[in-house]
Design a protein around this ligand. Structure first.
Ligand code: HEC
Length: 208
């Protein structure tokens, strides 16, 4: 008698457990320790404006649902405010976007200047980036004789002729937008890193 009671009890517990775990469509199933899933701080990407949501399991103390996550102090209860009008996003290094048009190489050569100071550490970074992105064509020492450079014609050496004298703005612009048969690297290398490469290329220009 007792034994079959145990069995029944066990089966019921098992059924409840299994049933409770079932998640389907929009229903996530029962949650153990819901505070672990529903953040107390404002969540910009999972904002829930319905004050009743999850009320049945709420222990928040402010009479709102457990899942409610919305900032009443912002317009439209937004958790994350929109940036002020005409805001321009800066890049990670704090730069404004580089807006000089591809065709304005002469302008860039004359007026675009390096915003960063030159330091040993920057040059080390520049060398590493140069090896990664440029050396295959331009060669490790900038003579245009990288493994790929030997095969495609017209990769210039940085050390002779006009290219040995191009300005920092010129180099930056060429990295960003490409030139002739050289592809653009602006989308792959951040502005900060491009300037580091420029500094290293300037070093190569001077080395013979
Ligand atoms: C796929 C090969 C290739 C890669 C990679 C490459 N370049 Fe070039 N680069 C060229 C070629 C080809 C030219 C000549 C372009 C032309 O004038 O037709 C050139 C030209 C240049 C010039 C001279 C521009 C001028 O005014 O004539 C500079 C400076 C330069 N590259 C810098 C770089 C830097 C820095 C990198 C790395 C971020 C790089 N290049 C990556 C092939 C490459």
């Amino acid at each position: 008698m007792l034994r079959s009671l145990y069995t029944k009890f066990f089966v019921i517990i098992l059924a409840v457990t299994m049933f409770a775990c079932g998640a389907e469509d929009d229903y996530p199933g029962l949650e153990y320790a819901p505070n672990m899933y529903h953040s107390v701080p404002y969540e910009p990407l999972t904002q829930i404006t319905n004050e009743e949501e999850g009320k049945w399991l709420s222990n928040r103390g402010d009479d709102l649902g457990e899942y409610y996550n919305s900032n009443p102090n912002n317009p439209h209860n937004m958790n994350m405010r929109l940036p002020a009008e005409n805001t321009v996003r800066r890049t990670k290094g704090g730069f404004l976007p580089y807006r000089v048009h591809k065709d304005s190489l002469d302008f860039a050569a004359r007026y675009v200047t390096n915003p960063m100071d030159s330091t040993e550490a920057l040059l080390d970074d520049g060398e590493e980036l140069y090896i990664t992105f440029c050396a295959a064509c331009h060669g490790e020492n900038g003579d245009g004789q990288g493994l790929v450079g030997q095969r495609i014609k017209g990769v210039p050496s940085y050390k002779v002729g006009r290219v040995s004298e191009v300005s920092e703005g010129h180099i930056f612009h060429v990295i960003t937008h490409g030139k002739g048969r050289m592809g653009a690297h602006g989308s792959q290398i951040s502005q900060e890193d491009r300037w580091k490469i420029v500094e290293y290329v300037q070093l190569l220009q001077k080395q013979n």
